[in-house]
Design a protein around this ligand. Structure first.
Ligand code: FAD
Length: 458
């Protein structure tokens, strides 16, 4: 089969490439290959009842399938260059923001209308944070919520399915260069295209490394973020989350000068486990629908580590810490802040007696046996700093889940068009190591689609 464009991966990057291509040029022959299931077939077996923990499905429905890693996420689209990726370094700050706003418009058109756009601009919390050595980053955040995010994906799929060939449960095995384009091989057969967009996200990181090796595309090592997910009563952060929804706060530790930051804040949300290539880590999300909300707020506290010489494998370092936690806890470990400070392992009875009910069933344990001292010291310092702007953060019963690891793909060498050294081969989204978020990944998809449309028109 011969296509004009083949897109590998149906996460936000791939979906927005497909959308832009087919709405602007309806006659284009476009195919999307996706390792995971169609949206309506994506079901994580963890039901909290019969299946309480990850059973390691062949294709993880949380990470893979139409909608990518973002399908069951909180659907927070952060419109900012301050975090979520470094797309602006390639395409310019204004262009990056314009594309993120364009993505937001599409999300509104396909089911997101009525959801709230929060902003940190002009907020009194900026000053309050600075007074306590905390830096509140600038951003607008559209919170779709897990439920509306799903509706938007359903609607986008309805528009795309008649115009594009979708191949689900079809991981692409190899990509090779031909005289006039690229050949894509998978179990279902061999397909060719003039232009190829690779958007395989974090779950495709190992595959992406192999493709880069085979096609001689240069890569650079990236950082890894390691930390914990904090869960506390929603009231503690309500003054911040009611106005800002998500506050991205950075703290520089006194002890080592390391930066610790809040990440992925989920007011009235739930903590969830996540399976990346067989390693169980922790994450969180929340629903827009009040009926599905919980009494707790959760967010991550992360420290970035970047290795370059002689050890380059930042992800390997993060993986080994996550594996250690999996070995000790059989999955995610949970510990009360009070127990951590006293050097005590949390027990089920102490968790049961706490004034907060955990939203994830995790193994009570001791995070100090898992996290490196420097990282743990930074997290503890930041909890005390946050306690000054959100009293109650450093409460004995505050729950810490570990470990949360944010793996970033190695950075693939691409130009301002996000095109690799091979003409017509684009690498976008989290798979490129350039983006780490829904908005940046989606924006990168639109960017390459427009570049392809420009070439076709000339
Ligand atoms: C639980 C959770 C919550 C999150 N919450 C948020 C949030 O609120 N806000 C935010 O900004 N970000 C959030 N994120 C991160 C966000 O989901 C990602 O940044 C975003 O999905 C990246 O988009 P992408 O298209 O680059 O990659 P992905 O979404 O990872 O999609 C890549 C797709 O490629 C497929 N694939 C991989 N290899 C192959 C192959 N060889 N052949 C074919 N297909 C392949 C995968 O199956 C996957 O479906 C969350 C992530 C998780 C896991």
């Amino acid at each position: 089969m011969q296509y004009d464009v083949i897109i590998i991966g149906a996460g936000p990057g791939g979906i927005f490439s497909a959308y832009e291509l087919i709405t602007k040029s309806p006659d284009l022959r476009v195919a999307v290959f996706e390792a995971g299931h169609a949206l309506n077939k994506r079901h994580c077996p963890i039901d909290g009842d019969k299946v309480k923990a990850c059973i390691g499905c062949k294709s993880c429905s949380i990470m893979s399938g139409f909608g990518g890693a973002g399908a069951f996420s909180d659907g927070k689209y952060n419109i900012t260059n301050d975090f979520g990726g470094t797309l602006f370094e390639y395409i310019g700050k204004r262009q990056a923001l314009d594309l993120m706003r364009y993505v937001d418009e599409i999300n509104m058109r396909y089911g997101g209308a009525g959801t709230k756009l929060y902003s940190t601009v002009g907020t009194k919390f900026k000053k309050e944070c600075i007074q306590h050595d905390l830096n509140l980053l600038k951003a607008s955040v559209r919170h779709l919520g897990t439920d509306i995010n799903y509706v938007v994906l359903e609607n986008l799929y309805t528009v795309l399915q008649d115009k594009i060939d979708f191949f689900f449960d079809t991981p692409v095995e190899t990509v090779s260069k031909q005289e006039n384009g690229y050949e894509i091989c998978c179990k279902a057969g061999t397909y060719t295209c003039e232009r190829c967009i690779i958007s395989v996200g974090r779950s495709g990181s190992k595959w992406m490394e192999r493709v880069c090796r085979e096609l001689d595309i240069r890569t650079n090592s990236n950082r890894v973020d390691i930390g914990v997910r904090v869960e506390l009563p929603a009231e503690v952060f309500a003054h911040l989350t009611d106005e800002l929804y998500e506050s991205k706060i950075v703290y520089r530790t006194e002890k080592y000068g390391d930066k610790v930051r809040t990440f992925c804040m989920n007011p009235k949300g739930a903590v969830v486990s996540e399976n990346t290539n067989g390693i169980i880590t922790v994450n969180g999300h929340s629903y827009e629908d009040p009926a599905r909300q919980t009494e707790n707020t959760n967010f991550a506290l992360l420290v970035a580590k970047h290795f370059s010489e002689p050890f380059k494998d930042s992800n390997g370092y993060g993986e080994s810490i996550a594996r250690l936690s999996n070995m000790l806890g059989g999955g995610v470990i949970v510990q009360r802040f009070g127990d951590l400070i006293r050097g005590k392992r949390s027990t089920q009875s102490r968790i049961d007696e706490a004034f907060i009910t955990p939203t994830l069933k995790a193994t009570p344990g001791d995070l100090s046996l898992v996290l490196p001292k420097r990282i743990l010291d930074g997290i503890i310092e930041m909890i005390y700093a946050l306690d000054k702007v959100a009293p109650g953060t450093a409460n004995e019963d505050t729950l810490l889940y570990g470990v949360e690891v944010k793996f970033y793909n190695m950075e693939v060498d691409v130009d301002a068009h996000l095109e690799s050294c091979h003409k017509g081969l684009y690498v976008i989204g989290d798979g490129s190591g350039i983006t780490h978020s829904l908005s940046h990944a989606s924006a990168s998809g639109v960017h390459v689609a427009r570049d392809i449309l420009k070439h076709l028109a000339s």
